[in-house]
Ligand binder design. Structure first.
Ligand code: NDP
Length: 246
């Protein structure tokens, strides 16, 4: 179990803090070479220090995921260096502004869609050939309970997570007959900067730490995990099958 990812290459977006940081550390601890993506160089360097101190290895890629051409270049660079990709963790996301739909600025809406949806589509578009080249390409994307709840003022964020789920389920269906597997994860409330922004009055100590999610999430991207197009719900520790409404 300890070296399930030995010799494997993993991309983790949003690796500078929060859930992505811990997942990147977990993958490296089990032998993966982690390509760590985020904008904050300091956070990526802290991750690199921790991983190297534990005997692991990383490639740091300071990148703004709204730079779609850079996502294409990432695919080309991974192809040149490793010729394949084994794991993609589409974790980076933003909350946007919590407000009534009609009050969201066009700029904020466009940014939410760009980071939470379009960047993940561009990652799939750029990295799919590399995942297919792996003997067991695995992808997991971070969704949210908000994708299904449609609460007032959470509209922008909810719409992006619902779209992400449709995107990943479609990708899973398109790859089901091959060796690639793609799933979604609802982490539930986690002790991170995003959650603190969403719920400023909440005691962070009452929430699980991102490190607690790492084991279950790594199980979803391990080579022997064969389910696809499902949603792993961390609060209930359940792998949920989507059911068709028609
Ligand atoms: P954080 O805000 O703690 O971390 C978000 C990460 O995404 C950071 O590493 C950030 O890096 C990166 N990121 C944001 N924008 C960009 C960008 N434009 N380009 C590159 N990287 C970017 O969030 P969490 O760890 O809490 O959330 C991780 C995922 O889990 C998200 O998709 C979120 O929606 C989801 N989630 C979280 C929940 C929670 O309670 N925490 C609940 C449900 C879902 P940087 O700023 O350095 O670029």
């Amino acid at each position: 179990m300890a070296n399930r990812f030995e010799g494997r290459v993993a991309v983790v977006t949003g690796a500078s803090r929060g859930i992505g940081y811990q997942v990147a550390k977990g993958l490296a601890a089990e032998g993966a070479h982690v390509v760590a993506i985020a904008r904050t160089v300091g956070g990526l360097e802290d991750l690199d220090d921790e991983i190297q101190a534990a005997g692991g290895s990383t490639t740091l890629v300071p990148l703004d995921l709204t730079d779609m051409d850079a996502i294409d270049r990432l695919g080309a660079a991974i192809h040149e260096r490793w010729g394949k990709l084994d794991v993609l963790i589409g974790n980076a996301g933003i909350l946007g502004v919590l407000s009534p739909l009609g009050h969201i600025s066009i700029k904020d809406w466009d940014k939410l869609m760009a980071v939470n949806v379009t960047a993940n589509w561009r990652l799939i578009r750029s990295l799919d050939p590399l995942l297919r080249t792996s003997d067991a390409g695995r992808a997991a994307f971070l969704s949210s309970g908000a994708a299904h709840k449609c609460r007032p003022f959470w509209g922008g964020y909810s719409v992006t997570k619902a779209a992400l789920e449709a995107l990943v389920r479609t990708y899973a269906a398109e790859t089901a007959s091959g060796t690639v597997r793609a799933n979604l994860v609802n982490p539930g409330p986690m002790r991170t900067a995003m959650r603190a922004k969403a719920m400023p009055g909440e005691d962070p100590q009452s929430l699980p730490e991102p490190a607690e999610l790492v084991g279950p999430l790594l199980d979803l991207v391990a080579p022997d995990f064969n389910e696809t197009g499902k949603l792993y719900d961390f609060p209930t520790r359940t792998l949920i099958e989507y059911t068709s409404m028609v």
